[in-house]
Design a protein around this ligand. Structure first.
Ligand code: PGA
Length: 253
Protein backbone atom coordinates (compact mmCIF):
# COMPACT_ATOMS: atom_id res chain seq x y z
CA UNK A 1 0.00 0.00 0.00
CA UNK A 2 1.01 3.58 -0.65
CA UNK A 3 3.10 4.90 2.22
CA UNK A 4 4.23 8.39 3.10
CA UNK A 5 8.00 8.20 3.30
CA UNK A 6 10.82 10.57 4.16
CA UNK A 7 14.30 9.13 3.62
CA UNK A 8 17.55 10.88 4.53
CA UNK A 9 20.41 10.00 2.19
CA UNK A 10 23.61 10.97 3.97
CA UNK A 11 25.78 10.08 0.96
CA UNK A 12 29.50 9.94 1.95
CA UNK A 13 29.13 12.18 5.00
CA UNK A 14 29.53 11.75 8.78
CA UNK A 15 32.00 9.50 10.56
CA UNK A 16 30.59 6.85 12.89
CA UNK A 17 30.44 9.01 16.02
CA UNK A 18 28.80 11.83 14.09
CA UNK A 19 26.33 9.39 12.57
CA UNK A 20 25.37 8.01 15.98
CA UNK A 21 24.91 11.55 17.28
CA UNK A 22 22.77 12.59 14.31
CA UNK A 23 20.59 9.50 14.60
CA UNK A 24 20.14 9.95 18.36
CA UNK A 25 19.16 13.58 17.86
CA UNK A 26 16.62 12.68 15.18
CA UNK A 27 15.18 9.91 17.37
CA UNK A 28 14.86 12.27 20.34
CA UNK A 29 13.11 14.97 18.31
CA UNK A 30 10.63 12.39 16.96
CA UNK A 31 10.08 10.87 20.40
CA UNK A 32 9.37 14.27 21.98
CA UNK A 33 6.68 15.03 19.40
CA UNK A 34 5.68 11.87 17.54
CA UNK A 35 4.83 12.00 13.86
CA UNK A 36 2.17 9.54 12.80
CA UNK A 37 1.77 7.83 9.48
CA UNK A 38 5.17 8.64 8.02
CA UNK A 39 7.84 6.02 7.41
CA UNK A 40 11.15 7.61 8.35
CA UNK A 41 14.27 6.12 6.80
CA UNK A 42 17.88 6.92 7.59
CA UNK A 43 20.31 6.01 4.80
CA UNK A 44 23.85 6.22 6.23
CA UNK A 45 27.11 4.82 4.84
CA UNK A 46 27.48 1.01 5.04
CA UNK A 47 29.98 1.20 7.92
CA UNK A 48 27.37 2.73 10.24
CA UNK A 49 24.50 0.30 9.66
CA UNK A 50 25.21 -2.26 12.38
CA UNK A 51 25.71 0.34 15.10
CA UNK A 52 22.67 2.33 14.06
CA UNK A 53 20.60 -0.83 13.94
CA UNK A 54 21.51 -1.47 17.58
CA UNK A 55 20.78 2.14 18.48
CA UNK A 56 17.34 1.95 16.85
CA UNK A 57 16.46 -1.48 18.22
CA UNK A 58 13.50 -0.22 20.26
CA UNK A 59 12.47 2.43 17.77
CA UNK A 60 9.58 1.28 15.62
CA UNK A 61 9.33 4.41 13.49
CA UNK A 62 12.83 4.92 12.09
CA UNK A 63 14.04 2.35 9.56
CA UNK A 64 17.43 1.83 8.01
CA UNK A 65 18.31 2.03 4.35
CA UNK A 66 21.55 1.49 2.44
CA UNK A 67 22.84 3.60 -0.43
CA UNK A 68 23.64 0.75 -2.82
CA UNK A 69 24.03 -3.01 -3.11
CA UNK A 70 25.83 -5.35 -5.47
CA UNK A 71 24.02 -7.11 -8.30
CA UNK A 72 25.33 -10.55 -7.32
CA UNK A 73 24.26 -12.78 -4.48
CA UNK A 74 27.75 -13.49 -3.11
CA UNK A 75 31.23 -14.37 -4.26
CA UNK A 76 34.56 -12.91 -5.35
CA UNK A 77 33.59 -9.23 -5.70
CA UNK A 78 36.17 -7.47 -3.56
CA UNK A 79 34.92 -4.31 -1.93
CA UNK A 80 31.26 -4.97 -2.62
CA UNK A 81 28.24 -5.41 -0.31
CA UNK A 82 25.39 -7.81 -1.04
CA UNK A 83 21.69 -7.32 -0.41
CA UNK A 84 21.76 -10.37 1.88
CA UNK A 85 24.48 -8.72 4.01
CA UNK A 86 22.36 -5.59 4.29
CA UNK A 87 19.32 -7.59 5.31
CA UNK A 88 21.35 -9.37 7.99
CA UNK A 89 22.47 -5.96 9.33
CA UNK A 90 18.92 -4.78 10.00
CA UNK A 91 18.40 -2.87 6.76
CA UNK A 92 14.90 -2.63 5.22
CA UNK A 93 15.46 -0.34 2.23
CA UNK A 94 18.15 0.12 -0.40
CA UNK A 95 18.59 3.07 -2.75
CA UNK A 96 19.19 1.79 -6.28
CA UNK A 97 20.36 3.92 -9.19
CA UNK A 98 20.95 7.24 -7.49
CA UNK A 99 22.07 9.69 -10.18
CA UNK A 100 25.50 9.96 -8.53
CA UNK A 101 25.97 6.23 -9.01
CA UNK A 102 24.66 6.38 -12.56
CA UNK A 103 27.05 9.24 -13.36
CA UNK A 104 30.24 8.51 -11.38
CA UNK A 105 30.12 4.70 -11.45
CA UNK A 106 28.49 4.24 -14.85
CA UNK A 107 25.57 2.24 -13.52
CA UNK A 108 23.26 1.43 -16.41
CA UNK A 109 19.54 0.69 -16.27
CA UNK A 110 20.33 -2.93 -17.13
CA UNK A 111 22.72 -3.27 -14.19
CA UNK A 112 20.22 -1.55 -11.93
CA UNK A 113 17.50 -4.02 -12.93
CA UNK A 114 19.69 -6.81 -11.51
CA UNK A 115 20.29 -4.83 -8.31
CA UNK A 116 16.53 -4.39 -7.95
CA UNK A 117 16.18 -8.17 -8.26
CA UNK A 118 18.82 -8.79 -5.60
CA UNK A 119 17.10 -6.37 -3.24
CA UNK A 120 13.70 -7.99 -3.69
CA UNK A 121 14.99 -11.57 -3.44
CA UNK A 122 16.56 -10.65 -0.10
CA UNK A 123 13.50 -8.94 1.32
CA UNK A 124 14.69 -5.34 0.92
CA UNK A 125 12.54 -2.57 -0.54
CA UNK A 126 14.38 -0.92 -3.42
CA UNK A 127 14.09 2.87 -3.69
CA UNK A 128 14.60 3.10 -7.44
CA UNK A 129 15.87 6.52 -8.51
CA UNK A 130 15.22 8.22 -11.81
CA UNK A 131 15.60 11.77 -13.09
CA UNK A 132 16.88 13.80 -15.99
CA UNK A 133 19.89 16.10 -16.40
CA UNK A 134 19.36 19.77 -17.23
CA UNK A 135 20.09 19.37 -20.94
CA UNK A 136 17.31 16.80 -21.25
CA UNK A 137 14.86 19.02 -19.37
CA UNK A 138 15.81 21.94 -21.63
CA UNK A 139 15.18 19.87 -24.74
CA UNK A 140 11.78 18.96 -23.30
CA UNK A 141 12.41 15.21 -23.50
CA UNK A 142 12.45 14.58 -19.73
CA UNK A 143 9.35 12.42 -19.69
CA UNK A 144 10.68 9.96 -22.27
CA UNK A 145 14.09 9.94 -20.57
CA UNK A 146 12.63 9.04 -17.18
CA UNK A 147 10.12 6.57 -18.64
CA UNK A 148 13.03 4.72 -20.24
CA UNK A 149 14.89 4.55 -16.92
CA UNK A 150 11.78 3.14 -15.28
CA UNK A 151 10.92 0.67 -18.03
CA UNK A 152 14.48 -0.68 -18.21
CA UNK A 153 14.94 -0.92 -14.46
CA UNK A 154 11.52 -2.16 -13.35
CA UNK A 155 9.27 -3.41 -16.13
CA UNK A 156 10.64 -6.95 -15.95
CA UNK A 157 9.03 -7.31 -12.51
CA UNK A 158 5.77 -9.08 -11.78
CA UNK A 159 2.95 -6.93 -10.48
CA UNK A 160 3.43 -8.53 -7.07
CA UNK A 161 7.15 -7.73 -6.93
CA UNK A 162 6.52 -4.22 -8.16
CA UNK A 163 4.28 -3.75 -5.12
CA UNK A 164 7.46 -3.78 -3.00
CA UNK A 165 9.25 -1.02 -4.93
CA UNK A 166 9.44 2.68 -4.04
CA UNK A 167 10.29 5.22 -6.77
CA UNK A 168 12.27 8.42 -6.24
CA UNK A 169 12.10 11.10 -8.93
CA UNK A 170 15.16 13.31 -8.60
CA UNK A 171 15.82 15.80 -11.39
CA UNK A 172 19.62 15.99 -11.50
CA UNK A 173 19.56 19.76 -11.96
CA UNK A 174 17.89 20.03 -8.54
CA UNK A 175 20.24 17.76 -6.57
CA UNK A 176 22.49 19.66 -4.21
CA UNK A 177 22.02 22.86 -6.23
CA UNK A 178 19.51 24.68 -4.07
CA UNK A 179 17.22 24.81 -7.11
CA UNK A 180 14.03 22.82 -6.50
CA UNK A 181 11.55 21.69 -9.11
CA UNK A 182 8.52 23.95 -8.88
CA UNK A 183 5.36 22.44 -7.46
CA UNK A 184 3.89 22.37 -10.96
CA UNK A 185 6.96 20.63 -12.42
CA UNK A 186 7.03 18.05 -9.62
CA UNK A 187 3.33 17.25 -9.82
CA UNK A 188 3.38 17.02 -13.63
CA UNK A 189 6.31 14.60 -13.57
CA UNK A 190 5.04 12.47 -10.69
CA UNK A 191 1.67 12.13 -12.37
CA UNK A 192 3.33 11.20 -15.66
CA UNK A 193 5.44 8.58 -13.86
CA UNK A 194 2.36 7.13 -12.18
CA UNK A 195 0.59 6.90 -15.55
CA UNK A 196 3.63 5.19 -17.03
CA UNK A 197 3.64 2.68 -14.16
CA UNK A 198 -0.09 2.12 -14.69
CA UNK A 199 0.51 1.24 -18.35
CA UNK A 200 2.54 -1.76 -17.19
CA UNK A 201 1.29 -2.71 -13.74
CA UNK A 202 -2.29 -1.42 -13.81
CA UNK A 203 -3.99 1.53 -12.15
CA UNK A 204 -4.33 -0.02 -8.70
CA UNK A 205 -0.66 -0.98 -8.41
CA UNK A 206 0.45 2.41 -9.76
CA UNK A 207 -1.94 4.21 -7.43
CA UNK A 208 -0.57 2.28 -4.46
CA UNK A 209 3.09 2.94 -5.21
CA UNK A 210 4.99 5.61 -3.30
CA UNK A 211 6.74 8.14 -5.53
CA UNK A 212 9.20 10.34 -3.62
CA UNK A 213 10.59 13.67 -4.77
CA UNK A 214 14.28 14.45 -4.34
CA UNK A 215 16.39 17.50 -5.14
CA UNK A 216 17.02 20.38 -2.72
CA UNK A 217 14.01 19.48 -0.62
CA UNK A 218 14.21 21.50 2.61
CA UNK A 219 11.95 22.71 5.45
CA UNK A 220 10.95 25.79 3.44
CA UNK A 221 9.58 23.88 0.43
CA UNK A 222 8.66 20.44 1.78
CA UNK A 223 5.12 21.40 2.76
CA UNK A 224 4.22 22.58 -0.72
CA UNK A 225 5.83 19.54 -2.36
CA UNK A 226 4.28 16.96 -0.01
CA UNK A 227 0.82 18.48 -0.48
CA UNK A 228 0.89 17.57 -4.18
CA UNK A 229 -1.45 14.78 -5.22
CA UNK A 230 1.24 12.50 -6.64
CA UNK A 231 4.14 13.28 -4.30
CA UNK A 232 4.27 10.70 -1.50
CA UNK A 233 7.34 11.94 0.33
CA UNK A 234 10.95 12.85 -0.19
CA UNK A 235 14.48 11.56 -0.61
CA UNK A 236 16.49 14.18 1.21
CA UNK A 237 20.23 14.76 0.80
CA UNK A 238 21.85 17.85 2.32
CA UNK A 239 19.01 18.73 4.67
CA UNK A 240 19.04 15.23 6.20
CA UNK A 241 22.43 15.96 7.77
CA UNK A 242 20.86 18.45 10.16
CA UNK A 243 18.51 16.85 12.70
CA UNK A 244 16.16 19.85 13.07
CA UNK A 245 15.86 20.34 9.32
CA UNK A 246 15.27 16.64 8.67
CA UNK A 247 12.57 16.41 11.33
CA UNK A 248 10.96 19.67 10.12
CA UNK A 249 10.74 18.09 6.67
CA UNK A 250 9.14 14.97 8.17
CA UNK A 251 6.62 17.17 9.97
CA UNK A 252 5.72 18.90 6.70
CA UNK A 253 3.20 16.19 5.93
P1 PGA B 1 19.80 17.11 -2.03
O1 PGA B 1 20.04 15.61 -2.51
O2 PGA B 1 18.59 17.08 -1.12
O3 PGA B 1 21.04 17.51 -1.33
O4 PGA B 1 19.52 17.92 -3.26
C1 PGA B 1 18.98 14.76 -2.83
C2 PGA B 1 19.51 13.40 -3.23
O5 PGA B 1 20.53 13.32 -3.91
O6 PGA B 1 18.92 12.37 -2.86
Amino acid sequence: MKKKIVAGNWKMNKNLDEGIKLTSEIATLIKDAPVNGVEIIIVPPFTHLTDLNKLLQDNDQIRLGAQNCNENNSGAYTGEISAAMLKSSGVDYVVIGHSERRTYYNESDELLATKVNQALINGLTPIYCCGEPLSVRESNSHEDYVFTQISNGLFHLSQESFGNVVIAYEPIWAIGTGVTASAAQAQEMHKAIRNHLASKFGHDAAGNSSILYGGSCKPSNAKELFALADVDGGLIGGASLNPEDFVDIIRSF
